[in-house]
Design a binder for this molecule. Structure first.
Ligand SMILES: Nc1ncnc2c1ncn2[C@@H]1O[C@H](COP(=O)(O)O)[C@@H](O)[C@H]1OP(=O)(O)O
Ligand SMILES: [Mg+2]
Ligand SMILES: [Mg+2]
Ligand SMILES: [Mg+2]
Length: 406
């Protein structure tokens, strides 16, 4: 390493003392500009030597991710307002949801590429343009294009000509990356918790960044999540409280929450409780997404007294990261394959707040395998003190229960 840094120092005329302690003399910006523009061999040997002791900064990517997820939330909120006003919940027509899912994906991809023009762009996202290209989707595509252009124009940050329908389709398909263990990949669920979105309940725009297969930052935009704890509130009271939370986390930097209207961020921490009797637990609102009977039996074995808090989407990870509850249990039907966009952002939001997520066998979640998580049975999330007892209760309950097949 010393020889690489010596060569770099000579090239850019840094003082000799920089060679033994390079980082303080290089602002993060200059350091990463140098790192990316210097020859690949030297730059990789510098970065691997430095990475072992100095954490990489993802500040710029985090700022872009927050902006993207907040703008997408605005589009989703507008669609959801219209959806509830037109009482479309009682109809089988799900097109407004589709418009919001696609619109959110377009805005996130658009903002990331505008904010980070010098970086290679790879996005693993839930939606693709296949259905939108069909003749019967003409009206949806028209409406989507207007919605996206109106949101960009109202925001005012980007002076660009309106996007065409063709642009919209192309941007949606920028999310078709396969991810994997090498390089950086954004991971996006443009609306996580579609059923909650339809009901007017919880949903999240979930955006994470993988670097060499590890989640290094995550943002959860939760437009309907109350700013105050939802620990034991009744759902109707929860719905009336001031809402709209943006969680953000970066590796080794903690987790922060701010309001979507722009209050200053506050650091959050998971519940510290070691006593299961004081712990409450989250699970899916939808019984089809996660076995309520299995989590009920686990909670009972563990000694949890409180009834489950059932909400949709990765808002559960956000709520857990600020200590609203201490446990999140997720046991989909046998055969259901979890996607990385359903957990990447939530995973780091909880981990940086002091929590831990694993599969039902206690293995850490592995985001490096492509679009799917390859895991055993379910996902469990809690604080570090409760994890051993939770894992035992999970394994004992799993022995007793056979999950239904899909
Ligand atoms: N059959 C299913 N089992 C488990 N999860 C599902 C199923 N169908 C959809 N999902 C996904 O589960 C997540 C929400 O679950 P929950 O709200 O219960 O935590 C969403 O990512 C949702 O996808 P989507 O992103 O399309 O809404
Ligand atoms: Mg999802
Ligand atoms: Mg989704
Ligand atoms: Mg979906």
């Amino acid at each position: 390493m010393a020889s690489s840094v010596t060569a770099l120092a000579r090239l850019i005329y840094l003082p000799p003392s920089t060679i033994s302690n390079p980082r303080p003399f290089l602002s993060p910006k200059l350091f990463f500009t140098l790192k990316s523009s210097y020859s690949p061999i030297v730059s990789s040997s510098i970065s691997s030597s430095l990475n072992s002791s100095i954490p990489m900064s993802y500040d710029k990517q985090l700022a872009a991710a927050k902006k993207a997820a907040a703008l997408a939330a605005r589009l989703c909120q507008n669609v959801q307002k219209g959806l509830l006003q037109s009482d479309v919940q009682s109809k089988s027509d799900r097109s407004p949801v589709t418009v919001a899912d696609y619109g959110s994906q377009v805005l996130v991809s658009f903002v990331l590429q505008k904010e980070l023009p010098d970086q290679a762009f790879s996005l693993v996202a839930e939606e693709d343009s296949g259905d939108l290209r069909k003749e019967e989707s003409r009206e949806t595509l028209e409406r989507l294009t207007k919605l996206v252009n109106d949101t960009i124009a109202n925001d005012g940050s980007y002076k660009v000509p309106p996007l065409s329908e063709g642009d919209i389709l192309t941007i949606i398909d920028s999310g078709m990356s396969e991810g994997g263990p090498n390089g950086q990949h954004w991971v996006l669920d443009p609306i996580d918790g579609t059923k909650g979105f339809l009901r007017g309940d919880q949903y999240a725009i979930a955006l994470g960044l993988l670097d060499e297969g590890k989640v290094v930052l995550g943002v959860l935009s939760c437009p309907n999540l109350p700013l105050e704890s939802i620990a034991s509130q009744h759902q109707s009271a929860v719905n009336r409280a001031a809402a709209g939370c943006l969680f953000s986390a970066q590796l080794s930097c903690g987790t922060y929450m701010e309001s979507l209207d722009g209050s200053p961020p506050v650091k959050v921490h998971v519940s510290n409780t070691e006593n299961p009797e004081e712990a409450s637990f989250f699970e899916s609102y939808e019984a089809a997404h996660s076995s309520h009977s299995l989590s009920g039996s686990i909670a009972k074995k563990l000694g949890v007294k409180a009834p489950p808090v059932r909400i949709d989407s990765q808002a559960k990870y956000g709520a857990l990261s600020r200590g609203d509850g201490a446990i999140y249990l997720r046991f989909p039907n046998k055969g259901y394959r979890e996607k990385i966009w359903d957990h990447a952002a939530g995973y780091i939001v909880v981990a940086e707040a002091g929590g831990v997520a694993s599969d039902a066998a206690g293995k850490p979640l592995d985001f490096s395998k492509g679009r799917y998580l390859d895991l055993d049975t379910g996902i469990i999330v809690t604080n570090r003190k409760l994890m051993p007892a939770l894992l035992k209760a999970v394994q004992d309950s799993l022995k007793e229960e056979v999950l239904p097949s899909l």
